[in-house]
Write a protein that binds this ligand. Sequence first.
Ligand SMILES: Cc1cc2nc3c(=O)[nH]c(=O)nc-3n(C[C@H](O)[C@H](O)[C@H](O)COP(=O)(O)OP(=O)(O)OC[C@H]3O[C@@H](n4cnc5c(N)ncnc54)[C@H](O)[C@@H]3O)c2cc1C
Length: 569
Amino acid sequence: MVQRGALWKLDCDVLVVGAGGAAGRAALAASDAGCRVAVVTKRRAGKAGATAVGGRITAVGAFNCARPERGDHPDLYYQDMAAAAAGTCSPPLARIIADEAPAAFDRLRAMGVPFVTEGDGLLQVTGCFSTRPRSYLIPGHGLPIVTAQTEELRRRGVPLLDDCSLVELLVDSERVIGAVVWHPERGFGVARCGAVILGTGGAGNVFPLTFSPPDVTGDGYGAALRAGAVLANMEFVQFGYSLLHPAKNEFESWVWALQPRVLNGEGREFLPARIGGLPVADVFAERSTHYPFSASRPGSRMLDVLIQREISRGSPTPHGGVWLDFSAVGALPDGLSRLWRITADWFQSRGVDLEHQPIEVGLVAHAFNGGLAIDENAESSVGGLFAAGECATGPHGADRLGGNMLLASQVFGERAGRYAAGARDVASWPRVEDGAEAHLGRLLAGRAATDQRRLRRQLQLRMAAAGALGREREGMSEALTWVREAQEVMSGLRWEDRTGPLLLDMRNLLLSAESLLMAALLREESRGSHFRTDLPDRDDRRWAKPVFSRLAGGTVQPLSATWPAVRSR
Ligand SMILES: Cc1cc2nc3c(=O)[nH]c(=O)nc-3n(C[C@H](O)[C@H](O)[C@H](O)COP(=O)(O)OP(=O)(O)OC[C@H]3O[C@@H](n4cnc5c(N)ncnc54)[C@H](O)[C@@H]3O)c2cc1C
């Protein structure tokens, strides 16, 4: 039992969890409003989260903005978002993204975030699911955003606690009053605050192949569910091809048009001559037109499913993918010269010779489109609990426009900070400490935890086989049963400093997986990034709407609700 005197304390108006693009923006906005803000981040600020992966595995980050003076318009942008989401996003939230993109863009430029230029202007490209060029490119993905925001927070003296993890949200009378946190040297602490903003990113590590860093383990989803919050759209996860070896990098889809040979780990071609009734060359041509997998692409979706099946049930390559062999491509008139210069340079600097060496690629979990259902203030269904970035949903749904996540993190990060700043009533310390003690009492009971790594690997392999692409009822039901049994085992385990962090990760990964599988089973159709091989058609009559869910009786259950997120206050 942890005695209340043994807990270190953090007192603030707004507690921001995370230090990625969304959390950093939220912390700055709350600080602008004159709040006492504190930031806790599981890894070092400036290096943590998916926003900061730039430089290492992706050359550029796309950031959308529709400006009338450049022949585009927020109305057109909104229409593209609504078409991609196919009835599953919150129209007012998508509209906010379209309208507030220019302000978010200008703020980043004012902070010194660079954008790729072309001639004497800024380069704009057409991102996936967009009908016109509106993606500006940031060299180094979101790293310049995170760096600029973190520097500004430090300059203002906002307390930034690196390596400090949210363990549990403390809720009283359906309102957030604080949080239990953990730091490897300081141990457990308790935060008292009027509002919490979650900027914890997605749950890419539910899958074996992801470019999400190790600190992105669905902690926001897990903590929010346990606090009673409503989630939505959890079945919608974007997957896209990425280079796994000899270097790790996002992979530009148009290279499929070069008609590479696709080989499994044994060096054998395994694709049939025709896929979905089409010659494989036509299927490759269609695959070259989009990055994320989508059920809305009838030609290429089965290509991705066949490749995913070979990876998870057949003979994968040493790094868990398939080989792509471009050695015949050099003979084509323009060969590989159509690679963006920045990508070509990237490959060259890492010694990757696409023309002469086969490469390993796989379908990598790119981003979750689902998350906490938020309203236009970025507030969830639990009072005082806000969320922004990949851990929130509303602006996105079945498919998401490429370049919308970095933008959504900025727009709703700003709104979360601004509106959370209004919640300055804090609970009394004894009330907060009572909540922390009750929680820690449960966490420190039970039997010793074993190493969670093996369990995590088992979860990832099951999710790759059943919860990624080409889902079907039987596989998902089996995976859901396994996940719920694993949760039973976990609930009897005790926190120990050596194994505790992995135990927390695992608890949240399992809840994220459960939310995904529950929603994917319920959605008896195919839509956007959710493709069921047993139900391949889209059913607008029944399913042009999101699946909302929450924790009830110990399991994640569907909830009948509509946007904006239902208030449980
Ligand atoms: C390779 C790659 C390329 C991408 N390209 C694009 C693109 O071009 N355009 C685009 O719009 N999107 C892109 N995305 C998606 C986009 O980068 C992410 O969705 C977005 O950056 C997420 O930002 P975030 O602020 O929500 O979370 P993150 O940046 O992931 O930050 C999460 C933060 O939460 C912290 N955290 C997690 N759990 C806890 C806890 N328990 N306690 C305390 N802190 C915690 C982490 O340490 C981290 O600080 C890409 C993603 C990847 C992986």
